[in-house]
Ligand binder design. Structure first.
Ligand SMILES: *[C@@H]1O[C@H](CO)[C@@H](O)[C@H](O)[C@H]1NC(C)=O
Ligand SMILES: *[C@@H]1O[C@H](CO)[C@@H](O)[C@H](O)[C@H]1NC(C)=O
Ligand SMILES: *[C@@H]1O[C@H](CO)[C@@H](O)[C@H](O)[C@H]1NC(C)=O
Ligand SMILES: *[C@@H]1O[C@H](CO)[C@@H](O)[C@H](O)[C@H]1NC(C)=O
Ligand SMILES: *[C@@H]1O[C@H](CO)[C@@H](O)[C@H](O)[C@H]1NC(C)=O
Ligand SMILES: *[C@@H]1O[C@H](CO)[C@@H](O)[C@H](O)[C@H]1NC(C)=O
Ligand SMILES: *[C@@H]1O[C@H](CO)[C@@H](O)[C@H](O)[C@H]1NC(C)=O
Ligand SMILES: *[C@@H]1O[C@H](CO)[C@@H](O)[C@H](O)[C@H]1NC(C)=O
Ligand SMILES: *[C@@H]1O[C@H](CO)[C@@H](O)[C@H](O)[C@H]1NC(C)=O
Ligand SMILES: *[C@@H]1O[C@H](CO)[C@@H](O)[C@H](O)[C@H]1NC(C)=O
Ligand SMILES: *[C@@H]1O[C@H](CO)[C@@H](O)[C@H](O)[C@H]1NC(C)=O
Ligand SMILES: *[C@@H]1O[C@H](CO)[C@@H](O)[C@H](O)[C@H]1NC(C)=O
Ligand SMILES: [Zn+2]
Length: 437
């Protein structure tokens, strides 16, 4: 019967643990925030109200910037003792990608359900409402403990990261308000890994989205024009060219793995459109490819390569290429001993028993606009040993991992915001790699 007794003890312990979580105000705040449906393009008024309450509770100044109506950018300011030094910007985004119960969620995506094992379920639990609340709780704790920070610390909250930031970060980095913040370092989002360490992103890949339109002979489908004269035939040639390239890059990907995402160029054919009726040969077929360039590819040469493929595929016919998105490559943050922000970051995490490794993520984050503007940025979300569920059904986060993350940010903020004027260059761009691409 001993085993049964042990089992009983364990389940009692487990129940007590999740009850503790339920009464933990940091967890409650996280749940409250996840419960606000901030799917991109939704009305963000409830999120603005949430942050207004948090700023008031913390006793800090909050500003709402409205570059585009309906897309508020929120700034909370924790003043340091020497505001003439450059500041630390803790960025996160309010918006989340869509989630619907019918996609196979065990618990409703905006319920923030805390299960018996101490796991919080919901859209945004990994991407990235956890990080917003961790920043806030860490700053509140530092304030409550009377820890002085030398540098000003700002929390910024963006409205539309998930759809490319056209109304958020892209406008914010060009604003007077951003310039006035005198940013020295920005922290942004990272990702989860089912590995016992944390990733620190120092560069982003640039996304290109291209639409290819093929125009050919349209006629009754009992006719039999040359394959290369039809829109579908030309598209076949285009697809062959792109997928041959994809196959070659896939081999690279398999060799280096997702942890070296900067070394391969991903290509995916995500849309095929065309046709009018089942018995008419269509005059027009279009394709959309999403491409994420490797970090050293020569963009000029690559674009020339794409055009060459299109010309060959057209076989004398009419095929056009249109860029839907063409982000220029953005520079990397220095990750050597020459960057005290980096060495401090790595050693503080190590003291917190979290080994961090510098990586380039497969996707892109708002941090790329910061680096492009000449400021060092690191992407980091403290979620080691966590299945990657960003943008997936059943996105969820272990409450212990969430709470440990607050302690990590307490240590990070304390150390980063206390780097002295002598340790840090007054020119933030000195921590950006000069020769990108
Ligand atoms: C948590 O809060 C509930 C409801 O207020 C209370 O019944 C319970 O005793 C609390 N649990 C702990 C461990 O504090
Ligand atoms: C929440 O739980 C963590 C970990 O047990 C603890 O350190 C923290 O003080 C708790 N916070 C609150 C506000 O209860
Ligand atoms: C959340 O917002 C999205 C977009 O407006 C909407 O489609 C969805 O039904 C909302 N979900 C819930 C649970 O309200
Ligand atoms: C932005 O809009 C909000 C809500 O309408 C308003 O409260 C706030 O003052 C505006 N901010 C600025 C800087 O005008
Ligand atoms: C949550 O994380 C803690 C600490 O890593 C671990 O002990 C626990 O087993 C995890 N819980 C679940 C349900 O994975
Ligand atoms: C912080 O300072 C305030 C005001 O001096 C004091 O009341 C409070 O006890 C201090 N808190 C801690 C944790 O030292
Ligand atoms: C990725 O590319 C970089 C830069 O060219 C190179 O230094 C590194 O060794 C490559 N990594 C792998 C795993 O091939
Ligand atoms: C990126 O792609 C180019 C062209 O295929 C290749 O020459 C370069 O080595 C790749 N860069 C990395 C870091 O692997
Ligand atoms: C890319 O290649 C072109 C053509 O060879 C060259 O002129 C250009 O300098 C290269 N760009 C970079 C950034 O190396
Ligand atoms: C059709 O075009 C492709 C790509 O240009 C070419 O390889 C192929 O030989 C052409 N087929 C015919 C029958 O002309
Ligand atoms: C890190 O791990 C060591 C050894 O297990 C432990 O003594 C220490 O308290 C841990 N530190 C933190 C911040 O968790
Ligand atoms: C603030 O930092 C600047 C730049 O390092 C320095 O010149 C100034 O003396 C500092 N002010 C105070 C009050 O420490
Ligand atoms: Zn995100």
């Amino acid at each position: 019967m001993r085993w049964l007794w042990t089992l009983l003890c364990l389940s009692v312990l487990q129940a007590a643990r999740s009850e503790d979580y339920a009464n933990n105000t940091s967890i409650q705040l996280f749940q409250q925030y996840v419960q606000i449906n901030t799917t991109t393009n939704n009305d963000l008024t409830p999120a603005v109200e949430f942050w207004t309450t948090q700023a008031a509770d913390a006793g800090v100044e909050m500003t709402v910037l409205n570059f585009t109506e309906g897309y508020p950018v929120i700034v909370l300011k924790w003043p340091g003792t020497n505001s003439s030094l450059s500041s630390i910007m803790l960025n996160s985004h309010m918006d989340v990608v869509p989630a619907s119960e019918s996609d196979g969620w065990t618990y409703p995506p905006f319920s923030a359900y805390l299960d018996d094992e101490g796991v919080i379920w919901g859209r945004g639990t990994q991407d990235m409402k956890s990080v917003s609340i961790q920043y806030l709780e860490a700053l509140k704790k530092l304030k409550a403990d009377n820890v002085t920070l030398l540098r000003d610390v700002y929390m910024t909250l963006m409205p539309d990261e998930e759809t490319g930031a056209a109304n958020g970060m892209q406008l914010f980095v060009k604003s007077d308000e951003f310039a006035a913040m005198n940013v020295g370092l920005e922290l942004d989002e990272g990702t989860s890994y089912a590995l016992p360490y944390g990733a620190i992103f120092y560069q982003d890949k640039s996304p290109w989205q291209i639409q290819i339109d093929c125009y050919g002979t349209s006629t009754h489908s009992s006719q039999f024009p040359a394959t290369n004269n039809t829109a579908t035939g030309m598209c076949r040639n285009v697809i062959n060219k792109f997928l041959e390239f994809r196959d070659a890059e896939y081999v690279k990907y398999q060799a280096v793995g997702i942890l070296n995402a900067g070394n391969y160029t991903s290509v995916n054919l995500n849309k095929l459109n065309g046709g009018t009726a089942n018995n008419i040969i269509p005059s027009h077929v279009s394709l959309v490819f999403d491409i994420r360039l490797n970090i050293t590819i020569n963009e000029t040469l690559f674009e020339a390569q794409l055009n060459e493929w299109i010309t060959e595929a057209a076989a004398g016919g009419n095929v056009t290429l249109t860029f839907l998105q063409k982000d220029a490559q953005t520079p990397a943050t220095v990750i050597t001993a020459d960057n005290p922000y980096y060495t401090t970051f790595v050693s503080v995490c190590q003291q917190q028993n979290l080994t961090v490794v510098p990586l380039v993520p497969p996707g892109a984050t708002d941090a790329r606009y910061i680096r492009a503007a000449g400021y060092p940025a690191f992407g980091f979300s403290p979620m080691p040993n966590t299945e990657l569920l960003l943008h997936s059904p059943n996105e969820r986060l272990n409450a212990t991992t969430f709470l440990t993350g607050i302690d990590i940010y307490i240590a990070l903020i304390k150390n980063l915001a206390n780097l002295s004027g002598d340790e840090i260059s007054a020119d933030p761009s000195s921590y950006i790699v000069k020769t990108a691409g």
